[in-house]
Design a protein around this ligand. Sequence first.
Ligand code: FAD
Length: 470
Amino acid sequence: ASGSDDNDVVVIGGGPGGYVAAIKAAQLGLKTTCIEKRGTLGGTCLNVGCIPSKALLHSSHMYHEAKHSFPHHGIKLASVEVDLPAMMGQKDKAVGNLTKGIEGLFKKNKVNYVKGYGKFLSPSEVSVDTLEGGSTIVKGKNIIIATGSDVKSLPGITIDEERIVSSTGALALKEVPKRLVVIGAGYIGLEMGSVWGRLGSEVTVVEFGPDIVPTMDGEVRKQFQRSLEKQKMKFILKTKVVSVDTTGNGVKLTLEPAAGGDQTSLEADVVLVSAGRVPFTAGLELDKIGVETDKAGRILVNERFATNVPGVYAIGDVIPGPMLAHKAEEDGVACVEYIAGKEGHVDYDLVPGVVYTHPEVASVGKTEEQVKTLGVDYRVGKFPFLANSRAKAIDDAEGVVKILAEKETDKILGVHIMAPNAGELIHEAALALQYGASSEDIARTCHAHPTMSEAVKEAAMATYDKPIHI
Ligand code: FAD
């Protein structure tokens, strides 16, 4: 179906921002077309991001458990081996099912789907070079740019997706590298480093800054780094990679202290470049219609996701804010609600962040460092999983819950959790922050026993009063 009829909403990009915006728009009764160049829906997240990485994190964790934890639980196996093609196959199957599922949702909600590369002709017309060949023009009263982001490249390092890989190549390696060097200690580097470390690689992470995951609460970060080091991940901080040499058998990296100084070298079989992501607007021809971007190339929008060009909106990774799938989805819903004449809302201060290593680290709201700079008096309540009965029962008790609350009002300002399932536990805190709850509100909420969630309750008790179990 060509999109030549007038649409109420045209969405360029079918990632978590774009496909959610398209479905929501259709649900609100707006005639909607979504343009996607990849051939499959779901964007970075479903195809080469969140979903395949979580599939491999889970598979590699199971292998690691079978090898190292099963004996403690009285389960004996004669041998445990990795069948990498089968592991990749399960990941690909999960991705395939989910991306096709979104196509099904488009049909169900009557979203018109055009496969091809979109570029602006005018603020209400997009020309699409279709994947099947030829081009078509899609018109719309409102156009939402949801073109997402791409891997940030580093000067002097060419990604070949075999020996020098981006996260995309790291999700599809054909064998387990003996030595993996990860450039950049953000969550993507640590997650992919964990996958390959569990499968047998020696993993070294080189980071320019002084800290891993710089957005994390400092105290929790220290514990987290120690945990990763126990898992044999090595860290070289405050160091930059000046060059990589692939002329020999392996890869030779030349390193230099961030502050300058003597160079050293490091050998690897595979190098993962995970030094961040940049907004993707190539080929959109934004200049033609005069859409404003900032120095980093992000599209500038107001609080209603409107760009400076009337009728043109932008959401997700291509605008400022946390580059996360759930944030892109929230943007998409709110943007479409505004277009439909309703109210929308996204609070960027309450977007949870999760690192899906083992243990996971999840947070919502402010870190202790941020609370300090705000200058408010605050209390801290902590509870270690070592004192949580469920964590002890399953012998997976590494981690802590940390709650920060305003001293005067007890209003919760931030919650940080390191635990095997922190990414699930964090949502009680997200809801609490959304409703402006106090730590006493959480502490006085009955939590089922024995659960990991009780550690959140005990940390809340520790914030305004005293915990019971430590
Ligand atoms: P994208 O998902 O990037 O989608 C944009 C889409 O637009 C793409 O499919 C692209 O092909 C299409 N497009 C671009 N230009 C055009 C054009 N001109 N015409 C037509 N189509 C176009 N986030 C999380 O929240 N949790 C995680 O666990 C997580 N893990 C990640 C792991 C990895 C390895 C990576 C790389 C990312 C991860 N992310 C995660 C981040 C997440 O993937 C992004 O925040 C999210 O995908 C952003 O959604 P988006 O819709 O803005 O853009």
